[in-house]
Ligand binder design. Sequence first.
Ligand code: FES
Length: 150
Amino acid sequence: MTQRELPWEPEIIAFCCNYCAHSAAALAGLKRMQYPSGIRIVSTPCTGKLEMEHILEAFEKGVDGILIVGCLEGDCHFVDGNLRARKRTDRIRSILDEIGLGAERLQMVNLTDTMASAFVQYMQEAVTTVGTLGPNPLKVSENKESAGKS
Ligand code: FES
């Protein structure tokens, strides 16, 4: 299913490190490359600075998917931040599966500052993957609760 065929627009946060990921995003912008409007880019000094609670809290608040975008392995400006982020991502993905949200809602990718096309492609793939899963069940149940209160 392509992004155009989705009956809804997933809300996705892309946590981008301030170095390679942010530069690739900026280059995509300079080249006027389009990526889905439901993606919110949030800068982080390094993917290694993202703590588990940042990710879980975003899901708790109802975001449908999260993409962590960092430098290529071996190129992190904080030495091994992206390697720590990868391990953390794998742990959180297991938790997401255990609680029924689905590991696929969280992805981590690595790129260099010149990979604008790959950046856009990763964004589109995230929308397609999360779009196929459907809205975050936590958001859906919260909406039902607040509808019941009125
Ligand atoms: Fe880019 Fe660490 S600075 S992942």
